[in-house]
Design a protein around this ligand. Structure first.
Ligand SMILES: [Fe+2]
Ligand SMILES: [Fe+2]
Length: 309
């Protein structure tokens, strides 16, 4: 392998409008009119999207606390999307440098331009202090994958599975977003991500995996599955924090209102379908047999949360 080292700089400064480069970047990104500054984060995805209208505990909170909780949940979604798009830049840089054909290098250059555009569209919705503060285990795990693994593995783990996952995620966000400009952004992102995922399925070739690679891939797939099995941990953490510390029973009430484990079961099924690419049947079958594709009960998901609180 060529001796290159990629660092996914999640904490890199991102000045946006304050940068001298901003006019050049916006000239290159397909414009979407809207006023991100006027969009209220708590209004972007409604209480119903989170299932919180079913939650008595949420109804008992004061007006300000409800507003604060919804803002924190929605902010979590935006921040995750922001850092995934940011990671897309490092991913494409690596894939371009290590491409084995000019066609592949061209493809990754185009995908890089898409990810830079998505980042420019999402950036105005992100609070200044959040742009250098990635939260949660998933983003550091993704960085590790991008930095450490061969392109063959990344095509499967990032481009096939994660981009495919992003299609469902962005579609749900788009359908329920209350801000017209952000809805347009999400619709355009979705179109691009479909091409990214599709190109991943074309490039995926399991015959290039060594026995060791298959072990690495299986471990990463277990990590993905675990993230889904435990349900919406970031959202229950946001509510827990705003409410000033919830009891175990209350946390179970919240995660159940958020439709765990039913929604997590749907997502695990989607994950299984994405993982099930040619040559991957054995690993997916083994994951299924060891129970990795079944969500934890609400009680177990809360126990998982309390372990780290
Ligand atoms: Fe993207
Ligand atoms: Fe993408």
């Amino acid at each position: 392998m060529t001796n290159i080292r990629i660092e996914n700089k999640l904490g890199a400064v991102h000045a946006g409008k304050a940068s001298r480069l901003y006019p050049l970047i916006t000239a290159k990104t397909r414009r979407i009119d809207g006023n991100a500054a006027a969009a209220k984060t708590d209004m972007l995805w409604p209480v119903e999207w989170w299932g919180l209208e079913r939650c008595e505990l949420f109804a008992r909170l004061g007006k300000n606390e409800r507003h604060e909780a919804l803002t924190a949940c929605n902010r979590g979604i935006l921040n995750e999307a922001y850092f995934i798009e940011k990671s897309g830049l490092a991913y494409c840089a690596k894939m371009m440098l290590l491409a084995d054909s000019t066609d592949s290098a061209q493809l990754f250059a185009h995908i890089a331009a898409d990810e830079a555009t998505h980042l420019a569209w999402i950036e105005p919705y992100i609070a200044e202090q959040d742009k250098t503060s990635p939260q949660g285990q998933f983003l550091s795990f993704l960085s590790g994958l991008i930095e450490e693994h061969r392109p063959e593995l990344l095509i499967y783990l990032v481009q096939v599975i994660l981009e495919g996952w992003g299609l469902d995620h962005y579609k749900r966000l788009m359908k329920n977003c209350q801000d017209p400009a952000l809805t347009r952004v999400l619709r355009r992102i979705l179109k691009d991500e479909a091409l990214h995922h599709h190109s991943g399925t074309l490039l995926h070739d399991a015959s290039k995996f060594s026995a060791r690679d298959r072990g690495t891939v299986a471990d990463a797939m277990k990590f993905y599955a675990e993230l889904v099995r435990v349900g919406p941990q970031a959202a229950i953490a946001a509510l827990d924090q705003v409410a000033g510390g919830l009891s175990r029973r209350e946390l179970i009430e919240v995660i159940t209102a958020m439709d765990h484990p039913a929604e997590s079961a749907r997502k695990l099924d989607l994950l299984r379908k994405l993982m099930l690419q040619p040559g991957m049947e054995g690993i997916v079958g083994a994951l299924e047999e060891s129970g990795y594709l079944v969500p934890y009960s609400a009680a177990d998901a809360v126990s998982f949360y309390l372990q780290w609180r």
